[in-house]
Design a protein around this ligand. Structure first.
Ligand SMILES: [Mg+2]
Length: 214
């Protein structure tokens, strides 16, 4: 089924949850965010290194506001250049670390609680590659386990996944594969404009009565 990978950790290790903004309790809601075209400017030719990373100016504040509204943030990003043999996990790790650093410079509450990625090429048929919902399934289980201070040894993963309560959780992306993954996972799903990113839909995702675009 080709499980997702996780930034700087083995997938199933306990998530070391960063602090929520002051006075905010986390009750299980997750903001699943695509990366490229949502937090930083995307590119048809991928983001191939830190020098190509261009973070939108409002991304940090947007992530901070989402976390202040009680959500944990889970990045779910397709990164097929690894599976295509263009570059390796270290390049991606350096970009993800630079992104996290830039967001925290913009807003000290803009922690990315969990970063998952699918390194597989499209022809590998990975369940973790969006439009399939594998990264969202894994993210849900890692957060649920982290509440108990534990990790996940065996993931419930695949088309027979047992649906868990997603509460107010939502998915934001800028492409059809993001929409498909969010819908397949059963969360509110929003399409942002990849030229402006997350801020484009920020007021909508924070409005509990907004059921999304799909
Ligand atoms: Mg994207």
């Amino acid at each position: 089924m080709l499980l997702p990978h996780r930034h700087l950790s083995e997938l199933g290790e306990p998530v070391d949850l960063p602090p929520m903004p002051s006075g905010v309790e986390w009750e299980g809601d997750i903001a699943f965010l695509d990366r490229d075209g949502v937090l930083n400017i995307g590119s048809e030719d991928y983001i191939n290194g830190v020098s190509e990373l261009d973070v939108f100016p409002e991304s940090g504040q947007s992530v901070g506001k989402i976390r202040s509204a009680g959500f944990r943030v889970c990045i779910v990003t397709n990164q097929s250049p690894i599976g295509r043999g263009l570059w390796g996990h270290q390049i991606l790790a350096s970009v993800n670390s630079a992104l996290q650093k830039a967001l925290l410079m913009q807003d000290p509450d803009a922690h990315l609680d969990l970063i998952l990625y699918s390194p597989y090429a499209p022809w590998e048929g990975a369940w973790s590659r969006k439009g399939r919902p594998g990264m969202l399934q894994a993210g849900r289980q890692l957060f649920d386990a982290a509440k108990e201070g534990s990790g996940v040894e065996h993931f419930d993963y695949g088309p027979d996944y047992t649906v868990r309560d997603e509460g107010r959780s939502f998915m934001v992306g800028d492409r059809r594969a993001d929409d498909e993954a969010g819908v397949a996972h059963g969360v509110r799903t929003f399409r942002c404009d990849g030229r402006t990113g997350l801020v484009d839909v920020l007021s909508r995702v924070l409005d509990d009565s907004d059921t999304g675009d799909y």
